[in-house]
Design a binder for this molecule. Sequence first.
Ligand SMILES: [Fe+2]
Ligand SMILES: [Fe+2]
Length: 350
Amino acid sequence: MQAIAKILPARTPVASLAALTFLAGVGGMAMSFIFLSSDHPLDVMAGAAGFIAGAILAAGGLISISVQRPTLLAGEQTATNDLSAFGPPLAVGRWLTHFQSNRENRPEPDWCVPMTLPAEVVRPLVKSLEQFQLGDGGGPAYLIARNREEFLSANEGTRALVDLWFAEEREHARLLGAAVARFGGRCIQSHWSFTAFCLMRQWFGVRFELTVLLLTEVVSTVYYRLLRRHGEDAALRSMCRLIIRDETGHVAFHRDRLARAARAGSASFGIWWGIRFRLLGLTAASVLWVSHAAGLRALGATRSEFYRDVWHELSRFIRRLQRESAEDAEVNLREKGSRRCVPTQEHVLE
Ligand SMILES: [Fe+2]
Ligand SMILES: [Fe+2]
């Protein structure tokens, strides 16, 4: 206990204890998903018990955090924050240019090209695509947190950029709907996991919603990469290429937004934040894996491949955010301009 006390900031012992409780719960839930996805009944039972215990711990920690410090999960706010609640204005011109130029050169996948995937692969794949169609722009494709106006009206241009961001999400739903139709499925209107996802976004506020959406985009990118890598279908691969391109831009948009806040002194993203971000990311990844493992495995992807790629994406995001947060804003703008934020072909093909 003395060693823990030295690590934790002395002025926030209760908040730190709550955060530790939450992290222990999230870690337990993340570990339990690994067992839940096993084929062995004893592993599944152990996973279920671990999930319940982890959920109780995480809920206790979350309640305590939300009472004391609602922003803890969404990034460290500095004590001397006299700026906007969401940091400095976004680079509106740069991102408007990005979203507008991203509408060009978007060849529609050839949905009529002959199918080569066998039926036993298509069955679980189309179930997975149906769920993704609902979650990736098919449901309420906008910020839905009860206090979203705080973010949308914080700075001029924010609302316009969020509109463009979610316009691309709706395009993903359209593409996924075409893929579902190609493989003989039907778009669904609701799913328990998506309902729980939306309730969480509404309840915990816009800071948490932005973090959750960012994590979802990071792990979804891995899902689309696996589909593209293993899915022997020209239309599926063309669709994934387009969506990965967009999601790479969305993740870069969030990174730029957070790095600008850090450079302005209204947020910091140190080791402690990185640990929380990884744990939340692994939890999001585990939820995705449980729901979509059958489709991914049918194509030939493996659990270790999925988690390895998720870890790589999370590490890359943290590394780049910390590097960009440390850069001097003036030097950064002069030397790199818009090049840093806009995803390059190299990023998309990684
Ligand atoms: Fe999307
Ligand atoms: Fe996205």
